[in-house]
Ligand binder design. Sequence first.
Ligand code: NAP
Length: 323
Amino acid sequence: MKPRLVLACLTTTNVVARARAEFDAIICSGPDDMTVPEATAAATAHRADGILFANTLPLTEAAIAGLPDSVRVLATSSVGYDHVDVAAARARGIMVTNTPGVLDECTADHAMMLLLAAARRGIEYDRIMRQGWRYRIGQGDLLGVRVTGKRVGILGMGRIGRAFARRARGFDMQVLYHGRSRLPPELEQGATYFADFHAMLPHCDFLSIHAPGGPATDRMVDARALSLLPEGAVLVNVARGSLVDEDALLAALRSGRLFAAGLDVFRDEPDFDLRFAALDNVVLSPHIGSATRETRDAMGFRALDNIAAVLANRPAIDPLWRD
Ligand code: NAP
């Protein structure tokens, strides 16, 4: 008998095909990802052994308490897990897994795309063309800021932060970073470590955020942090919206203290703060940093592999804790 699965999020046809082939699966049919009541009802009716979901399903303590006893594994198809109360799941004896590693390159590509588009005004130029152009642009008009050779600070030099650093070096950028601990030289690759986040900021022409969300990093990038960046700096965030004080960011963008920002993530998703959309110096994307065909397949497959391992009484590949 195949193990029973609830696939609670919309995903690629390849992941759906594998879920159907290897599991007795209830598949989310849309139009949106399942809500907590929908996923709970599906898991209860199906006596599901595992649930595959995305960061759209907030598995709070109460949500986890409501899951049927049949559930043994919760596999998020994401590396971030700030939407899951991992301690509550652990207390119920339910394993939680994520998908680290498989999305590093595409998420770092997305961050570099936002950095370049923000610095070089990509959205404004595109809009001019779609509106027909047909007027003179002087050599002093519509200027961006140079990227090559500048200094970029990375908040959170983990897997994605390091993939981003590799791209930045391709633009001859000098890489600085802050994390709670210094990396060994083979991972640091010549980057300059700052134990104090605020001490790094005055040296950052660009700041790219790659640390996890959650209470420990909430509003790390606040009005004070933004005020420490050099005049005309550019901010990129593909990590989590919770790391940024959005009111302070809006003020810095409106005043011109920050030249521009590239944002993939927001405090409230999908109902992000529409004041960002009114600004020309912001490049926006809808939390889609890992969204390539290859990576979304890899994330879904990794989540399925984790579920299969746990249900076969093998160790999870990506457990969020080890006993
Ligand atoms: P990771 O390998 O765990 O790296 C996270 C880094 O953040 C680590 O180097 C860690 O270093 C640092 N960090 C953790 N807590 C910190 C704190 N309180 N202060 C400063 N630094 C801290 O994770 P990853 O795989 O690179 O992913 C990073 C995040 O990107 C995920 O958590 C997720 O939220 C986000 N993400 C977004 C997308 C998207 O679609 N936009 C896609 C993938 C991932 P120390 O432990 O030394 O502090």
